[in-house]
Design a protein around this ligand. Structure first.
Ligand code: PT1
Length: 294
């Protein structure tokens, strides 16, 4: 069997040999870091969303991640209808304008199904398809899915994160969810894994996961890492959310150097450059087949 060269996002192919950047498009009122900036009187401004999306595509984002439910620590849930109403019109508008992979950051089976119909290319589920009907919804759509690890629920997950061995427990959880996907009829080459930085993890837990990200990559599924502006970067640097860009770039480089395939970020232009430097160094002295020529 020859190893595949591309990952298929509902017809859009991205090469597996190079890392990609996913831009975050929050469609929520209370999202951390950029929450509410796209809102006026609590209503989403479509032109502001399209402008933000255009600048991220221009800066080199290969994917955009649309989220209608905030999952930052302490966030409250959102009703199914509210999430549909926030996300679907934006998905349609983006679909008509941009030729990038549109990812849906959702745990909601109805949104997964409707989103697939309107041209989504990826389901990004922080609950790893644990909601009733989510496995079947993804299987029926034929879309790829990113399975993320979380301990607890967003509202309470940072109250007392606890592990005996965080790397082993996150690995076993993700492989278990991947197995459930396979059993439900989702094929292996549609799966991505994500350790879920900041989702029910203290600073040490997050650092051990980042230090050992290569262990997750070794399972053979492409790995997505979301570190952008997160609390762990604030714990290390003492900086507030908006001042965590440099720390986030350092973390992204550490992830890419261990084989992370997609970096999820608010800061697309800076991250694209950082990833290009990682890639150039990794390729130095090698030919197209990766054989040493120096
Ligand atoms: C992520 C992610 C996500 N993060 C994927 N999807 C968020 N696949 C939303 C903090 O510690 O990492 N991977 N969708 C945003 N969630 C958080 C979590 C934001 C923790 C901030 C923190 O500050």
């Amino acid at each position: 069997m020859t190893p595949r060269t591309h990952f298929d996002f509902a017809g859009k192919l991205l090469p597996l040999a190079e890392p990609h950047v996913m831009g975050i498009l929050n469609l929520t009122v209370d999202s951390f870091s950029d929450g509410g900036e796209l809102l006026v009187d609590g209503h989403l401004q479509l032109d502001a969303v399209l402008y933000r999306a255009a600048s991220m595509v221009e800066a080199g984002a290969a994917l955009l991640d649309l989220g209608g439910e905030s999952t930052r620590p302490g966030a409250q849930g959102v009703s199914e209808q509210e999430e549909l109403d926030r996300v679907l019109p934006v998905l349609e508008a983006l679909r008509a304008r941009f030729d990038v992979v549109l990812s849906l950051d959702t745990s909601s089976p109805p949104l997964m199904r409707e989103g697939a119909r309107l041209g989504a290319g990826l389901i990004n589920d922080v609950r790893a398809l644990s909601r009733a009907g989510a496995l079947d919804a993804v299987r029926d759509t034929g879309l790829p899915v990113c399975l993320m690890h979380m301990q607890g629920e967003p509202r309470t997950m940072q109250q007392a994160p606890c592990y005996d061995d965080v790397l082993r427990e996150v690995s076993e959880f993700l492989l278990g969810r991947a197995w459930h996907c396979l059993e439900a009829g989702i094929v292996a080459d549609k799966l991505l894994l994500d350790p879920g930085f900041g989702f029910g993890k203290n600073l040490t837990h997050n650092l051990v996961l980042l230090q050992n990200l290569e262990r997750l990559v070794e399972f053979g599924y492409p790995v997505l890492a979301g570190l952008s502006r997160k609390r762990m970067l604030g714990d290390i640097t003492g900086h507030k959310e908006k001042a965590r860009l440099f720390a986030g770039l350092a973390a992204a480089v550490i992830a890419v150097n261990q084989g992370a395939w997609i970096i999820r970020t608010h800061d697309v232009a800076a991250t694209v450059d950082a990833v290009k430097v990682c890639r150039a160094v990794a390729l130095a002295g090698k030919d197209e087949k990766g054989e040493s020529k120096a």
